[in-house]
Design a binder for this molecule. Structure first.
Ligand code: NDP
Length: 323
């Protein structure tokens, strides 16, 4: 089978198309023929070595969907022929993947395999950020950075659906249009405008209840300045680079603020939570409440180009690789 491996960490050139044997299912695993694999920023961190893979070389990719072709001896939760999806397991940039059965969720009728692959990581992230990290309520205000990105467009839709006011930052007019279509009430072109000044103006100086920040280095400090007293900064990514260390006393001085650095793994830590959260997101898709924009579709062999495009801020919404 074909797969994309990293033999040595580095830039997009570190992604190599290789020929590997189709994996066998260990007793607790199922083998899935991959219909679509999601490309996520976390793949860049693993490719670069910012996050460390357990072994080298390794097949990249943490999100996929497809059909079960074999099950291990101890598996009774899925059968050959089932449509399934998963995240947080390495190896989805491939034609087949061996996945622990307890990480697989069934794809319901009304949801395509591509949609399932497009939503496992980013959809469940947007869900936990709006429902658990900060339980956003109708009438509250959220600032969403990189609002036309993969997670960003889903966050805007979920926040809008809850009835919150959404202030969105994006880098271009094209991205502004997408964020607006997704339900953003206000748009700030943070590459041209100072988002701190604009957010204060848009909230009449009161500040926002929550900042959802995936950009990190270039946005974090100013984000603290636009929170209302006791507001929450959910720093969930570092697309522009990691945030510099900072003195916690600032949280007191800026209004007894909260900061959290959440990760999806802790929000789908049990089988029950994984199923509940994926079901909730699939239901939003099936009901038409959540529109997925998987417009950047690449053949598996073009994984390098997908990474180049994602890192150069060219993409909007979801990127998929099709084996
Ligand atoms: P995106 O589609 O959001 O792509 C990244 C976006 O970040 C760009 O499109 C760009 O939007 C913005 N950006 C701002 N500065 C830079 C920069 N210097 N270089 C590159 N991009 C920049 O990616 P994803 O949706 O896949 O992921 C978004 C973030 O969320 C990542 O940091 C990822 O690690 C994180 N994440 C965290 C999870 C968690 O549980 N903690 C789970 C999933 C994702 P613009 O052009 O509008 O500025």
């Amino acid at each position: 089978m074909k797969a994309i491996q990293v033999k040595q960490v580095g830039g997009p050139e570190a992604l190599e198309l290789v020929e590997l044997p189709v994996p066998h299912a260990k007793p607790n695993e199922a083998v899935v023929e991959v219909a679509a694999s999601g490309v996520n920023f976390i793949d860049v961190y693993f490719r670069e070595g910012r996050y460390k893979a357990a072994a080298m070389p390794f097949t990249l990719g943490q999100e996929g969907a497809g059909v079960v072709t074999a099950v291990g001896a101890e598996v009774n939760s899925v059968n050959v022929g089932d449509r399934v999806a998963w995240t947080m397991v390495h190896g989805s940039y491939a034609e087949f993947a061996a996945v622990p059965a307890d990480k697989l969720v069934p794809i319901p009728k009304g949801v395509s395999e591509r949609d399932a692959a497009a939503t496992m990581l980013q959809g469940m992230t947007a869900h936990y950020l709006t429902h658990d990290t900060f339980h956003l309520k109708r009438g509250q205000t959220a600032l969403v950075h990189a609002a036309a990105g993969g997670v960003g467009l889903l966050l805007v839709q979920m926040a809008h659906d809850i009835g919150a006011r959404v202030i969105a930052t994006v880098s271009t007019e094209e991205k502004a249009k997408l964020a607006r279509e997704a339900g953003a009430d206000e748009i700030i072109l943070y590459t041209q405008q100072d988002f701190e000044v604009e957010t204060k103006r848009l909230t009449g100086g009161k500040g926002v209840d929550v900042v959802y920040d995936s950009v990190g280095k270039t946005t974090f400090e100013k984000g603290l300045n636009v929170l209302r007293p006791r507001g929450l900064m959910a720093l969930y990514g570092a697309s522009s680079g990691p945030v510099a260390p900072f003195d916690l006393i600032q949280l007191s001085q800026k209004g007894s603020l909260y900061v959290t650095r959440p990760a999806l793994g802790a929000y789908i830590a049990t089988r029950e939570e994984l199923i509940e959260r994926s079901d909730a997101v699939f239901e939003m898709i099936a009901m038409g409440k959540l529109k997925l924009r998987a417009e950047h579709i690449y053949p598996l062999k073009d994984a390098r180009q997908a990474h180049i495009d994602l890192e150069s801020r060219k993409t909007t919404g979801k990127l998929l690789l099709i084996p």
